[in-house]
Design a protein around this ligand. Sequence first.
Ligand code: NAD
Length: 260
Amino acid sequence: MLTGQTAIVTGSTSGIGLGIAEKLAAKGANVVVNSYSDKTEDHAIAAGIASRHGVEAVYVKADMAKPDECRDLVEQAAVRFGRLDILVNNAGIQHVAAVEDFPVERWNAIIAINLSSAFHTIAAAVPHMKAAGYGRIVNIASAHGLRASPYKAAYVSAKHGVVGLTKTVALELAGKGVTCNAVCPGFVLTPLVETQIADRAKETGLDRETVIREIILEKQPSKQFATVEEIAAATAFLASKDAAQITGTTLSVDGGWTAQ
Ligand code: NAD
């Protein structure tokens, strides 16, 4: 159980991040829910988590594309709860294009949100965790942190970078009670993947089910999506005291993709 601990989950108003926030709260952690939009619904998501699980949950707006806001998110959480035990770097976006056509603005945004944000939040969180002699950092990378696919230059580069960052931080903190690991999901049916399905259906003229079976899940041997709950469970395990000697590693939840 994580009773009394404080967890930050970046990008947690939707998809995998929301599932992780919900799971950590179910285990007793107080959670900081984050996105960049600051809508009434965002605050309602935090309120819902708090009331369902009997914990404190607050929404903090921070744009993970902006270094100062990444760092400020961590400081706000530490001030609000007086401790910081768990940091989950989950915020991420995708764009699919051939490398020669890849918009520079999309490359910059993906590197900023999917990779650099984790550097900034970790840099801000580590002093708190070191001082406490305890911390759990979990980065949501991807099967694309371990394998490439065409037309995803920025995403594959960022996610490989996240795996490298994970290993480096783990080495720097080894023996100090602070671990750093990455979860590498295969395809999970979230809004991020729904967009890819719709785009591929439009391009190919195939129906949704055919696109899922023959294009999206082509590399995933199980031919099944991983679920948000499965990614959340893997994250909660790495965030637990039981995972004390697991650091600098990747945990694939990908239906066999990276066994190939
Ligand atoms: P999603 O689109 O459902 O959720 C992304 C979340 O990130 C949202 O809450 C959004 O508000 C937030 N976000 C986006 N830009 C942000 C910004 N600038 N600042 C703050 N928050 C921002 O996507 P998802 O599928 O749940 O993806 C979550 C993570 O899991 C991402 O890092 C993604 O790369 C990774 N992942 C997803 C899959 C998959 O198949 N869905 C597979 C492997 C890895």
